[in-house]
Ligand binder design. Sequence first.
Ligand code: NDP
Length: 337
Amino acid sequence: MPALKWGLIGASDIAATRVIDAIRSSGGRIEGVVSGSAGRAEEFAAAHGLPCATTDLDTFLGWDIDAVYVSSTNDQHFEQACRALRAGKHVLCEKPLALTAEEAETMVNLADDLGLVLAANHHLPGSPLHAKVRELVADGAIGTVLSAKVAHAVLLPRRLRGWRLGQSKPGSGVILDITCHDASVLNPLLGNPVAVTAVAVQQAEWNAGGQADAAMTVIRYEQNGKPPVLAQTHDSFTVGYAETSLEVHGTEGTINVIDAMTQDTKGQVLLTTRNGTRDVDVDCSDDLYVIALRAFTAAVDGTGTPTADGRDGLLALKVALAAEKSATTGRTVRINK
Ligand code: NDP
């Protein structure tokens, strides 16, 4: 297949630090960037060796590109992704796909109707660590799954303490930022998320934006013929000295994943059963974003599927929105499939 020609919507940190390299490593070529600021667009294009820069989305969509990577702020994803799809481009959209489930559903349906690939750039479901956990669970290594726990508490780097903390920006806050990543891992592992209860707080003295920077969430999962599963997540921008992890507990054993939720290619899977604890062999040599970009490219090519397709992105968003609503109302929120 000839190199996929990409355009970038958003002169963002994640494009600069992860995705540009991943696109190139997956064989893609990047034609240019569209940004809200001419200066930022030109600076970004020069810094990353992109031939074109513009502030006009129509001009951008007129370029000779096959696929678009949307990594603007969350409030812009819906409109930009829909315009790209209508212009006939495949879309890899950052999480959360949109700010409401209705918007995300519209994106998914639009891509389906137009026969285009829409994927959410959740980097974790494609991780070999999580693939191994799903494999162990499917093979019955821990018996019937009962519960899971995600620790995803990190210290938000200074350079990212802008729109995520509020500043009247819709789509800010820790839940849309991190809890939706947790859901992207838990949903394919545990079945249907049906109800969510969450508590969210503001902890950091440097957080003047007014949005929650720490949250704990409990999700009830159901699967036909199996007992309900409880999942618990701890998501935070305020914790500087903790490892991320995933625990999955079953009737016959426990899986422990160390460094389960990082952006980096590392981690360890431990399986504990009545026979003791063993280190499960997992090849963590591939970059997580390269894995996602290769899968997206294969989906465009018709030879594979995205690591998180539009519907996966939609379901992850539904869990995060339910957690936000629960944290605001103090009530358990049910999720409609
Ligand atoms: P950034 O703040 O770096 O970029 C978001 C937007 O902010 C850019 O599109 C850009 O707008 C604008 N911007 C960037 N730098 C400046 C600046 N110096 N002054 C003013 N505006 C600026 O955000 P992130 O890269 O952290 O996040 C972008 C998206 O990616 C989000 O949707 C986020 O949820 C997602 N994300 C996903 C991750 C993953 O692992 N999948 C990890 C991190 C983020 P413009 O387009 O106008 O240039």
